[in-house]
Design a protein around this ligand. Structure first.
Ligand code: DON
Length: 303
């Protein structure tokens, strides 16, 4: 097997060799204006090595990937009580589906679809102000990444707030079912802001280290919880594309509509890839291709 830097350099060159970048997310105007023809990848290992290729230092909107951090905080706060409000099953539906929430009386299928992440955000927000909650989420992300230069992009947050009609519909439906502790606008304001955190692939791979179960790294959460977060990433992290991602890549991972994917090789590494063009599930097109190839070439799989 060639060394990792060589594999990444080749992967970067091959990803740029074709023009099928996919389409950027259109429903958040700030994301719609991003050039899809970009690609970056970063790997951090449990031994503390970092490898990168391509646009690995370009900040991008991590969006739904922040749902993993918010879930970790919500579980730390509420433990298993959280599961009264949200399920742990794959949804088999688009990340912003409305119909499933009604059919299931306002208890979202899992914490990674939008309705579920609105509930975990609401849980973390309960008893606090949005500013404190966002500070706590940012502090967790920065500590995980060992990097204080990670911030919320206010322009992206404002852009999503102005166009987030579907999330408003989901939040109001949750409220109508008694599954929201705070006013919908307050919970959504917090949700839109944590989704609007900017990170580079390098920063995201660093932040993902808390999900590698190993004695070699400082521990932020206990091993049983690490395993459970990874299980949810595998089964629900790519929405209705989760089965296909598990089939092609075989690693727990979480995607975001900004084109990022964070994947974990248990015990070994954290991988972040970014390419803004999306596939039909709303997950990074080239990012998924790159993860599949990297996993195959490295022999990385949980199976
Ligand atoms: O709520 C939304 O629609 C966005 N803030 C996040 C969605 C997302 O990242 C879906 N992931 N592929």
């Amino acid at each position: 097997m060639p060394p990792l830097p060589e594999i990444l350099a080749q992967l970067n060159a091959d990803m740029r060799a074709t023009d099928d970048w996919g389409d950027v997310a259109a429903y958040i105007p700030q994301l719609a204006s991003v050039d899809p023809a970009q690609f970056g990848i970063a790997i951090t290992t449990a031994d503390g090595e970092v490898f990168t290729a391509g646009d690995a230092d370009t900040p991008f909107s991590v969006q739904s990937i922040t749902k993993v951090f918010t879930l970790a905080i919500a579980l730390g706060r509420s433990g298993d009580q959280l599961w009264k409000r949200v399920g742990r099953e794959p949804s088999g539906r688009a990340f912003n589906s409305i119909v499933q929430l009604e059919a299931e009386q306002g208890r979202p299928r899992n914490p990674f679809i939008n309705a579920g992440a609105i509930v975990t955000t609401d849980e973390v927000l309960t008893g606090r102000e949005p500013r404190e909650t966002l500070a706590e989420i940012l502090q967790f992300v920065r500590a995980a990444a060992s990097d204080d230069d990670i911030h919320i992009n206010e322009t992206v947050a404002a852009s999503e707030t102005a166009h987030g009609h579907r999330n408003f519909a989901l939040a109001h439906f949750l409220a109508s079912c008694g599954n929201l502790n705070n006013p919908p606008e307050k919970t959504l304001g917090t949700y839109f802001h944590h989704c609007a955190i900017d990170m580079s692939a390098r920063q995201l791979a660093m932040a993902g280290r808390f999900l590698i179960e190993t004695d070699k790294l400082p521990r932020m959460i206990l091993p049983p919880r690490i395993r459970r977060l990874n299980a949810l990433m595998l089964t629900c992290g790519h929405y209705d594309g989760s089965g296909d991602f598990a089939y092609r890549v075989g690693l727990p991972a979480k995607s975001g509509v900004g084109g990022g994917i964070l994947a974990i090789v248990p015990g070994r590494a954290s991988i972040a890839v970014w390419s803004p063009g999306l596939n039909r599930y709303g997950n990074s097109k080239k990012g998924t291709q790159a993860m599949a190839r990297l996993a195959r070439e490295m022999g990385w799989s949980i199976f």
